[in-house]
Design a protein around this ligand. Sequence first.
Ligand code: ASP
Length: 585
Amino acid sequence: MYRTHNCGVLNLSNRGEKVILSGWVHKSRDLGGMTFIDLRDRYGKTQLVFNMETNPELCSKARKLGREYVIRAEGMVVERSNKNPNMPTGDIEIIVESLDVLNKSQLPPFTIEDDTDGGDELRMKYRYLDLRREPVKHNIIHRHRVAQETRKYLDSQGFIEIETPVLIKSTPEGARDFVVPSRVHPGSFYALPQSPQIFKQLLMISGFDKYFQIVRCFRDEDLRADRQPEFTQIDCEMSFVERDDVLDAFEGLAVYLFKAIKNYDIKESFPRITYDQAVSEYGTDKPDIRFGMKIGDITGKVKGSGFNVFDNSEYTGGIVATGCAAYSRKDLDGMTDFVKRPQIGAGGLVYVKYNEDGSFKSSVDKFFSPEDLKGLTDLMDARPGDLILILSGERTQTLYALSELRLEMGDRLGLRDKEQFKPLWIVDFPLLEWDDETQRYYAMHHPFTSPKTEDLHMLESDPGKVRANSYDLVINGVEIGGGSIRIHDAEIQKKMLRVLGFTDEEANSQFGFLMNAFRYGAPPHGGIAFGFDRWVALFAGSETIRDFIAFPKNNAGRDVMIDSPSKISDDQLNELNLQLIRKGI
Ligand code: ASP
């Protein structure tokens, strides 16, 4: 028998019991005649004691144990004289009577401690050792809990978990596909799913009514920090629903998870605002609404003053930083540098200080009288003591820069409380996005998203104006999920594909099966998918999804532990009827 108990459970109520424990040597200390070992397993740590006087042979054996050796120890639970209130097992220790080494360990390349000396790359290479560290282990168990609670809730609501295939055909979610060559069908390839989108729609046509799956998705995108080429979604679909039915159902899931995972109550229903409103008030379709500081459009108010920048810009907007009128020159220079960073891209920053005494000081005093500035501050709802920060330029770009500035000010003013969660729904996204480079429209969500019924008539005449019946769930400025009511009519689907530049032949060869399926009684349906990794990270107060994935890829998309992607042998290439033609690979 390897163990009667685990290393996290014993306490004073076990005093006097003979127990067997197995685990890893976390740490050992020799103190004169005594040797102490912290034995660790998934459940915790227990102190083992060896006494040189009473059992010299065993104590010498214990002194030879290295870090991370796997051992089995048998002994008696006794009360500790030196209690450790920070450990659940801190009131007791085990006087060891027999000891077996189950396996030795080389010296680990970094310390298995909460604060380790190992750098990122090294810990990725030895991820199985990193996973032994308490905080990392904790993240993985936290992930498990979110998955279990998700299943529990969706099951309670009548959703059925159905697996969909991984070797499929291209699914248009806007990224590149990962492809897998077929050996049996030389020259043909499977694609890995960017999402189970088409299958979940087919399941609605099959009549399953409510589907979900916690599912791996694969997208070959250019790597950005904290993007994983494979990630997990909570993927859902429902039949006979309108938009608000879907939002209500998944608001329920979100409220449930916040309570179950974080014991956090969300009492108010989530605000639902349109994409246009989100962009004009927050500069982004992912607003952080933990704080106000909405963007004000002052284009009309400031044009014609003789100040070139305002006069010639498509858009001028500003935010009010409450109580910041006393900002120093240095503070303002810092803000200017912030907005001028290449990734933010503003040309400069204009400020108006509304001083406590009611006077004004601004960087555009030459062009605006105090009365003008009073009008401006009134429009922006600013009070004495506030600072107005203004950006000007092309509308989309300026709104983006203002959204970043707003977040920065939110951080500076401590308005983005990590303990607070403010979800909201963004609805009515544009259906299509125009791409100048390829001179064509792309689906903003995906090609199966239904246009809003009232905009349907413009689908061919003015496609850029059509709004989608789509929605995103955003929490604290992070997009957690998105979905839409789908097209369920073969003719509309055909039209949509045409607008996206597919010829009828292309549409048929890629999505013929779906349009065919629509001809056999497709119910109205809609759904949503949540970024599971991101949600798990958010619940844990982190922005790094990598920390919540057992075996993640690094920022270059590599698994440095198993060394993947890697070359394959000539034999494998031959079997697959493939030849590498590019030199040097
Ligand atoms: N398939 C979509 C996505 O992966 C989600 C959805 O429309 O349900 O973003």
